[in-house]
Design a binder for this molecule. Structure first.
Ligand SMILES: C[S@@+](CC[C@H](N)C(=O)[O-])C[C@H]1O[C@@H](n2cnc3c(N)ncnc32)[C@H](O)[C@@H]1O
Length: 320
């Protein structure tokens, strides 16, 4: 058996305190917002995996295509002995990297979702018994304390998850990633690219309604964790393309005027009929923008690969 360690850098009660703070702040302002990390309880993580298999959701297939074609080049360019993966989820696409990185010693998956980490670790331990796996239950926006593992390190942030951060949050986050990189270390970043509006909107509003269930799952999390009397059926799932900001917004729209009582916060949140709560932003990128955001954080883009259809990009960068 390979060594497996699970470390929680979030205190047991941090999730509760963070959720309370985010709900209080986000539902008492106009327009109402919630951060997307609250989708990912066990059910939300399962629903996300279902989304990745939907015909409309191209990002996972496109990124997998790039990884399958380029994992050897990534391994040769980085020579990584430690692979750190932020927001690793099921670690399904990561297999291409794990297979190609022949000198790999330790894999450090990092996620807020304990159920996703445990599921991924179980599958990996069966398939890669020689690998050290040090899973971290941690919020990657809160500064990361990584275990001391052999370098060079490759920090991977796949799935286009970086697009869930707003531009100012991205700048702070990328600087924190830069601070993790020693000379010889690299960042592998997955970014979804700007494309036809119809293709983008369909990816976030599938005909089977799985993304709608995923979006409404945040209401189930609030109901369970904070004692909110909210019925997901009172809200419609909405996905819109913001042309100016070049991002998709997922929202929940109240079907009628209603109030949500949140017992744990002693709060009543009124919604007008048609009022929307923003639950996720998913920014889409262009190469020049990625390059300049990385440069602003002190990193230099050295490689840029896309899938054949040019829908998604993987970039490799080092500290500049
Ligand atoms: C869009 S999914 C991508 C999963 C996987 N990397 C992929 O490419 O399929 C985002 C993942 O990041 C995790 N996540 C979201 N916000 C996070 C945060 N602030 N800190 C740590 N993990 C986070 C979620 O639990 C989820 O597993």
């Amino acid at each position: 058996m390979s060594p497996f360690l699970l470390t929680r850098t979030l205190p047991e009660d941090a999730t509760d305190a963070d959720l309370r703070a985010d709900v209080l702040h986000g539902l008492t302002r106009t327009p109402k917002v919630l951060p997307p990390k609250w989708f990912y309880d066990a059910r939300g993580s399962e629903l996300f995996e279902e989304i990745t298999r939907l015909p409309e959701y191209y990002p996972t297939r496109a990124e997998r295509e790039i990884l399958a074609a380029r994992a050897g080049e990534i391994a040769a360019a980085t020579g990584a002995r430690t692979l750190v993966e932020l927001g690793s989820g099921s670690s399904e696409k990561t297999r291409f990297l794990l297979d190609a990185l022949t000198d790999l010693h330790t894999y450090v998956p990092v996620d807020v979702s304990e159920s996703a980490l445990m599921g991924a670790a179980k599958a990996l331990l069966a398939q890669r018994p020689e690998l050290d796996v040090h899973a971290l239950i941690s919020d990657f926006t809160r500064g990361l304390a990584l275990p001391g593992t052999p370098g060079p390190r490759l920090v991977a942030f796949l799935g286009g998850t970086i697009g869930n951060l707003l531009p100012a949050e991205r700048a702070v986050f990328l600087k924190s990633v830069r601070d993790l990189l020693s000379p010889g270390d690299s960042l592998l970043l997955g970014t979804d690219l700007v494309k036809d509006e119809e293709v983008l909107v369909r990816a976030y509003d599938d005909t089977a309604g799985v993304t709608a269930q995923f979006n409404k799952n945040v209401l189930a999390v609030i109901a369970r964790e904070l004692g909110a009397d909210v019925d997901p059926a009172d809200f419609d799932h909405v996905a819109v393309w913001d042309r100016e900001n070049e991002w998709i917004e997922m929202r929940l729209r109240a079907r009628s005027a209603l109030s949500v009582k949140i017992r744990a916060l002693d709060l009543v949140v009124p919604f007008e009929a048609g009022e929307e709560l923003r639950t996720e932003v998913s920014a889409k990128f262009r190469q020049a923008g990625v390059r300049s955001e990385l440069a602003a954080a002190g990193m230099e883009l050295t490689h840029w690969w896309t899938d054949e259809a040019g829908r998604f990009a993987l970039s490799l960068s080092t500290a500049s």
